[in-house]
Design a protein around this ligand. Sequence first.
Ligand code: SAH
Ligand code: SF4
Ligand code: F3S
Length: 489
Amino acid sequence: MNTVFQNAPAGEPERQYYFMEECRRLLRQPGQKPLRFCIITFGCQMNAKDSEKLEGILLRCGLKAGGTEKQADLVIYNTCTVRENANKKLYGHLGLMKSLCEKNPERMTAVCGCMMQEPDEVGRMRKNYPFIDLIFGTHNIFRLSELLYRRLLTGQKQIDIWEGTDQIVEDLPSVRKYAFKAGVNIMYGCNNFCTYCIVPYVRGRERSREPEDILKEVRELAADGVTEVMLLGQNVNSYGKTLDNPVSFAQLLKRVEEVEGIRRIRFMTSHPKDLSDELIDVMKHSAKICRHLHLPLQSGSTRILAAMNRRYTAESYLALAQKLRREIPDLSLTTDIIVGFPGETEEDFEATMEMVRRVRYDSAFTFLYSRRTGTPAAKMEGQVPDDIAHARFDRLLALVQKISAEESSRDTGRVMDALVEEVSGDGSGMATGRLSNNVMVHFPGDASLIGKILPVRLLASKGFYYIGEQTDGIGDYAVSGDEEQMVNR
Ligand code: SAH
Ligand code: SF4
Ligand code: F3S
């Protein structure tokens, strides 16, 4: 190979910065038209965060943002494989891309993310979609510039999948979707191996970042105008356990709270088995940690929970939910529930319905069980027939929606702080803000409010959101989440 490769630094991230510069040099040659890219992201916040990194790298490589899927010179699909539906969506997009690439062979297509950590899927990509130029997985997204450089230079397809890694490559460029809020990875991977779940196989073993690195990133974000951070991990409650100097998640939260300029802290996701009293205490006394906890239940039947390897019982989950409600009364609780796990009987399903009636979630994501090849549950006996699973799903959804509508109207008439996220594009003059408890409020306002935290009076509940109006907050301002905590301290 040419001297560019001989001269490349071996260490990361220096090596990638070197290839970003080399890509830029290639793309700046006379006669070369600027290349536009488009990133299409499936799945969870981990993938959204990864896509911000991909975008940062591509901009540094000298490509331009703002391409559309139909017209961009490079389209990247950042895939998810948590349920069959996610895979199907990708195939739909690739079908379209196939005909577009036939018309214009100059176009480049990349596929990365969780689905590419499954060897069968990579095989399918190679066989059925030969036009794909770059294939890489979750462990090596930081190497995009090197792969792209090789593809640009040689015109050859690049496939690079790592089975796992203990490497955490920091300090790569990244582009935030919002100026005022940002996701921050605090850990990668998952060690829980819930029997239905593919994530531990495609995201690898759990690795926590050093608290100092996390705090440095949060401080930099605050200096850049970010007021809300979302700490990300598949199981944030087990954060820090494997570090050389172990730190608990609650201790990390306390330190993030000290960062000046940060006004709101959120996190995703909490596993009920690891949620400590220390965390409840820190949340309770915090002025910045939002009044929202996503606490996936998965099933309300202890028998099914054991088969799922969730390592808590229905009773211990309910006791935890009740403790949370008691300790932090204004907390909004949300959850994930799977319907139709192998072996689920009518009685097991009724136990889930009963749990929903007792916990009264503010909202819940309900999923039909999806059989993921390679997971233990895929081979379990008693796979639930589709018609039964669908009927149960409909019953659960109706219950969840009824309770959620009742719960989310409980703050009508109050004044609460909202972080303004966007204004509606239809010219109706309405702004959208997020309350500490994660509920949205629409109120008259313009783009100058975006990124501000304002007191808003909640006038009417529309089921999943409120209609409100801006207020100076005088009088009943003390009922808003943040103020109330300050009064308590
Ligand atoms: N780490 C998080 C969840 C990550 S996946 C946690 O443990 O809570 C997000 C949600 O997808 C899960 O909570 C689960 O409800 C759902 N899910 C995961 N695998 C699934 C499968 N095979 N079928 C249906 N839903 C699934
Ligand atoms: Fe999947 Fe369970 Fe890990 Fe969540 S905790 S990512 S559901 S294995
Ligand atoms: Fe997330 Fe889907 Fe991967 S849920 S971790 S993007 S499989």
